[in-house]
Ligand binder design. Structure first.
Ligand code: NDP
Length: 331
């Protein structure tokens, strides 16, 4: 097999020498084991905190061991009664072209129900994150103003569209003009600003959300989050999904000014980790799968070819080089 291991832990920005490509021989298949060939590998922001030793909500990656992530794979051989050669499975797998696995935590998916990469994006973990965070936590109502940062990313693109379907006015920000154009033309955002060229975040939010913000779907953190916080309306909800702008900081950044705002405006600020809510996954797939089929939801992916490209693509993800859900086509 070809696999990528964690060669060293990053200090500040991730660099390519944090990864090493290896070609070990695979062990023979034991009882209850399966041999799988990876088809698609998901690259996700949460992998960055896992590269450090700091305790996060998922345990750190181990040095000199393959990194792991969400993947779609084909079963090539099986000595496990739950799987047969030819099955397509999804779950956590190594950054590897092939591996021997005990099948635990892998779920079979239909080969033709949706493009296979969709199980890692719009119908997978990021889509479910958007659905749970926006609908169950943010609960936007018709006429309310919703703000989504990283508006066209894997999570943001669905979060914004779901808020639109509830009748809200939706404003986002993204890292270049092409992403902002896609947000307003294809995804239905009412407005989207380029956070790299319009850097007076307070001024641009005052212009695009003149009455304030009812729901913040927070993906980015840092200065954008602070400007949004100051503009939340009474009884506003801040859905704390991520803070990607802070993941590579070697020194923690200070929080927003004037925390008494939370009391004055009766804000609800709530963090969540999607894996705590997996009971809702079935309802999500049914609902969003139907919206997708009916053409009511759009989505976009960046597909990178070849496992050996995964480190560069991952480094790019942390700089905004992906446009939509980032996946690696392995097989
Ligand atoms: P995306 O597809 O949105 O990719 C990351 C995007 O973040 C980049 O494309 C870029 O978009 C933006 N970005 C990167 N660096 C910066 C920066 N320094 N400042 C501002 N923006 C930056 O990733 P996901 O949709 O998978 O994840 C979005 C967020 O959701 C992340 O914070 C992630 O950790 C979080 N998340 C949380 C989960 C949970 O359970 N709580 C589950 C899944 C994701 P742009 O070019 O537009 O700036």
């Amino acid at each position: 097999t070809t696999q990528i291991v964690l060669a060293r832990r990053p200090q500040g920005a991730v660099t390519s020498d944090c990864f090493r490509l290896e070609r070990p021989a695979l062990p023979a298949l034991g009882d209850n084991q399966i041999l799988v060939r990876t088809l698609y590998l998901s690259l996700d922001p949460y992998m960055r905190p896992r590269m450090t030793e700091l305790r996060s909500y998922t345990p750190p990656f181990e040095l000199d061991q393959p990194l792991t992530g969400g993947a779609v794979a084909e079963v090539l051989e099986s000595r496990n009664p739950k799987f047969a050669a030819g099955n397509i499975v999804t779950g956590m797998l190594n950054w590897a072209t092939h591996q021997v696995h005990d099948g635990r935590g892998l779920r079979k998916v239909e080969r033709d129900a949706a493009p296979l990469s969709a199980h890692l994006g719009i119908l997978g973990m990021p889509g479910f994150t958007a659905w749970h965070g926006m609908l169950r936590m943010g609960q936007p109502k018709a006429g309310e103003t919703v703000f989504v940062s990283a508006a066209t990313g894997a999570v943001g693109q669905l979060a914004g569209q779901l808020a639109k379907l509830q009748g809200a006015r939706v404003v986002g920000c993204a890292g270049d003009d092409a992403k902002c154009g896609y947000a307003t033309s294809a995804l239905g955002y009412d407005a989207c600003f380029n956070h790299r060229t319009e850097t007076d975040y307070g001024a641009v939010l005052d212009r695009l959300c003149p009455d304030g913000i009812d729901v913040d779907f927070e993906n980015v953190g840092g200065a954008i989050f602070h400007a949004v916080f100051a503009r939340m309306k009474n009884f506003g909800r801040m859905v704390m999904c991520g803070a990607i702008s802070e993941y590579q900081d070697s020194k923690p950044q200070p929080g927003p000014e004037k925390m008494f705002t939370i009391v004055q405006r009766r804000l609800r600020i709530e963090g969540f980790i999607v894996s705590d809510h997996m009971a809702g996954m079935g309802a999500f797939v049914t609902e969003v799968g139907a919206l997708l089929k009916a053409g009511k939801i759009h989505h976009r992916e960046t597909v990178v070819e070849g496992l050996e490209q995964a480190p560069t693509a991952f480094i790019g993800l942390l700089k905004g080089e992906n446009f939509g859900k980032l996946v690696v086509k392995v097989g």
